[in-house]
Write a protein that binds this ligand. Structure first.
Ligand SMILES: [Zn+2]
Length: 228
């Protein structure tokens, strides 16, 4: 049976990006210009929202090459749906994304649809703030994502306290007196210490610690990895 590729509507593309909070679910890359849509069941005509997941082009290649298994993808999709539901329940507003056009890129894999003309929402942070410093902002984003992942893992150990991204940002604001990415660069060290302490104190963090597993990579490693 020949399966024909169908264009994914702009609305669906937008919903899928919102579901992923405009970052690659696998590597957290935020460069949406490289994002593609993956058909989970391999059927390019099945544009059901449950069958689609956004991924950056390199992670999409990892999926199509089998470096990321179908189970990994399905698990990730469930996680995204669950997180989106939590964001909605906690009243966090959805991220606005503009999908201006979509075009089919058929030269790489049967399952790829390339998004073009997509821009992530831009927030301007003041000069010398953590948010204006690409390296610092990236590392803080990474630590917060890490903390969120660990809190999610804690649920499997029976930790039932509800948690959302908004919670950690509120705690930071309370502790430091300003919003996370509006803090001055001089607060960066303390902010990192605050976040890494939170990660280390999760159940997953303590388990890793006692097993000699690193909970996160250092700022230096982050800069090296991203050529910053
Ligand atoms: Zn990726």
């Amino acid at each position: 049976m020949v399966r024909t590729r169908k264009t994914i509507s702009a609305l669906k593309q937008k919903q899928l990006l919102q579901e992923a909070d405009s970052q690659c679910p696998f590597c957290r890359d935020r460069d949406v210009s490289t994002f593609e849509f993956h058909h989970i069941d391999g059927d390019p005509s099945n544009n059901d929202l449950n069958n689609l997941i956004v991924a950056c082009s390199s992670c999409h290649t990892r999926i199509t090459k089998g470096c990321l298994s179908e189970a990994d993808v399905v698990t990730k999709k469930r996680e995204l749906c669950w997180t989106l539901q939590t964001r909605r329940n906690t009243g966090q507003t959805a991220v606005n994304v503009n999908v201006t056009s979509s075009s089919f890129r058929g030269d790489i894999a049967q399952t790829i649809t390339k998004i073009s003309g997509v821009r992530a929402p831009r927030i301007v942070h003041p000069p010398n703030s953590v948010g204006a410093n690409l390296a610092m902002k990236g590392y803080i984003d990474y630590l917060i994502a890490r903390y969120f992942d660990y809190r999610k893992a804690d649920r499997s150990y029976g930790r039932k306290t509800r948690f959302s991204h908004a919670v950690i940002h509120r705690r930071i604001q309370k502790e430091f007196g300003a919003k996370t990415f509006f803090l001055p660069e001089s607060s960066f060290g303390n902010l990192v210490a605050f976040l890494t302490r939170h990660i280390d104190e999760t159940i997953q963090g303590r388990r890793n610690g006692s097993g000699g597993i690193q909970n996160y990579h250092s700022f230096e490693e982050h800069c090296l990895k991203h050529n910053l």
